[in-house]
Design a protein around this ligand. Structure first.
Ligand SMILES: [Zn+2]
Length: 207
């Protein structure tokens, strides 16, 4: 009897250990437009307006981990009271697209090695800028995917006064909600805690 109980106990431990509810496995991805339709979508990889010069996303959708999306909605509230709106350029990116990018730009300052995976592949990074109350994109240090030193946050001294001011609004709001800036790209932020999210290759579709 003791032997059976012991076996049962060990089996329970093994089963509990393999249960998704007990792993650091987070829930899937959500569509930001559902929680904050006021956020502007300008998903560049769904258009040829990106460094690949062709659309690599089948549709313009911003998917993020729910906790990351919640933070971004709070950032939107912060900038909205100042008369601005977030304008998103990229959110979750399937790993297969990351591989296409890496084949073109083999430089880890700008594109993450797909062998390691990008934080975009984890649904925990966002590329974004700001628009004014009329929905017009604000002047910023550079355009999106400007893979030059000018896009680096340490190049601030060379930016126009207006770009510096607009960038400061975005940067303050993002940091206030726990987003970490990437030094080489002023438009890229990782969500703190991104490590817990696995790299994904699920296709882009509204959720
Ligand atoms: Zn990015």
């Amino acid at each position: 009897m003791i032997k059976i109980s012991l076996v049962w106990l060990l089996l329970s431990i093994v089963l509990l250990g393999s249960s998704p509810a007990h792993a650091a496995e987070p829930e899937g991805l959500i569509d930001i437009s559902r929680s904050a339709p006021e956020i502007q979508l300008d998903m560049r990889y769904a258009t040829p307006e990106n460094f690949l010069r062709r659309a690599v996303y089948p549709l313009a959708v911003c998917l993020l981990r729910p906790a990351v999306a919640e933070r971004l909605v709070r950032v939107q509230r912060r900038v909205a009271v100042q008369g601005y709106t977030l304008r998103l350029w990229d959110c979750y990116r399937p790993l297969s697209v990351q591989k296409q990018m890496w084949a073109i730009v083999h430089d880890e300052r700008y594109v993450a090695d797909p062998a390691k995976g990008s934080r975009h592949n984890r649904g925990a990074a966002v590329d974004l800028t700001l628009s004014d109350a009329q929905g017009v994109a604000l002047e910023m240090p550079t355009s999106f995917d400007d893979f030059s030193a000018r896009a680096g946050r340490d190049a601030e001294a060379g930016w126009s006064e207006t770009a510096r001011r607009n960038y400061a609004v975005l940067d303050r709001a993002m940091r206030s909600e726990g987003f970490l800036p990437l030094p080489s790209e002023w438009w890229h932020y990782d969500a703190t805690g991104w490590e817990i999210y696995p790299v994904l290759d699920v296709p882009l579709a509204p959720r």
